[in-house]
Design a protein around this ligand. Sequence first.
Ligand SMILES: Nc1nc2c(ncn2[C@@H]2O[C@H](COP(=O)(O)OP(=O)(O)OP(=O)(O)O)[C@@H](O)[C@H]2O)c(=O)[nH]1
Ligand SMILES: [Mg+2]
Ligand SMILES: [Zn+2]
Length: 291
Amino acid sequence: MTIEKGIVIKSVGGVFTVMGDGGRKFVCFSPKKLRYNDNDVIVGDRVNFQDLHRGKGLITEVVARRNKLIRPEIANLDVCFIVLACEPQPDFYLCDKVLINCFQEHIEPVVVVNKTDLSYETAKEAASNYGSVADIVTVSALDGSVNKLTDYIVGGKVACFAGQSAVGKTSLLNALLPEIKEATGGISAKSGRGVHTTRYSSLHRIGDGFIADTCGFSLCELKNIRSDELRLYLDDFVAVAHDCRYTSCTHTVEPDCAVRAAVEQGNVCKARYERYVEEYNELKQAEKNQY
Ligand SMILES: Nc1nc2c(ncn2[C@@H]2O[C@H](COP(=O)(O)OP(=O)(O)OP(=O)(O)O)[C@@H](O)[C@H]2O)c(=O)[nH]1
Ligand SMILES: [Mg+2]
Ligand SMILES: [Zn+2]
């Protein structure tokens, strides 16, 4: 019995596609009892598996995860490309939350603004909101600019695209890897939202690393963050907060708050600050409701 090592590149209905370290693909099953921290095996998991021959395998162990994102659901990431576009209308609340989840899980977030062939407005907005906390890369899936992303994946890294439906995640993947021709979709004229074309995550080899396409999403939760810690995940706030009068300043109602002063002076993005206050109040309300 030979045990091989590999990475889960696709998971559909309890059938896992595992790429062995030699590059061969195996269709694998996982015994019901084999779960990781009470969770299912997911794309990005490093696994040991038994080669059952003829391209089949049985997963025998899930290697301890370095990290995990819930939206999109994927494990062991180095980089998360958070994709925004001028259409569908960008949801900056969603982007804030994915950024925070990345910081929590020690994943490098990169804000990718796609569809710049149509407009640069979203790129400008992204720069003013996130320019001081993440790299911003402007691309279009329709030209060669997507190659700007490959620099982030060299060195055997694992990256994923994340974002709303129809921002162009699959189109960017297809542009990066021309041999891949995954289906892309449109935007519903009625709702102005994407039609959720991609239905499952998949990992693809790129150089010595991997890139994942994922399903679009419009909801994302912050897990394990208290309202009074939220501020610690916003690097642009942290950079000025040492000048607040109180070290425990939540930057909402306290006097002599350096973050609020920075917002007024235009040094911290006002829209981002306002979203922070909303999120802070929501977390606080949820904490009250718990008791
Ligand atoms: N003009 C323009 N259109 C683009 C670009 N990238 C993607 N599109 C179009 O946007 C639509 C959605 O693209 P997809 O790649 O399916 O989007 P997605 O993010 O994968 O969407 P889901 O799979 O639903 O999450 C398609 O009609 C694409 O042709 C771009 O850079 N410029
Ligand atoms: Mg897609
Ligand atoms: Zn403050």
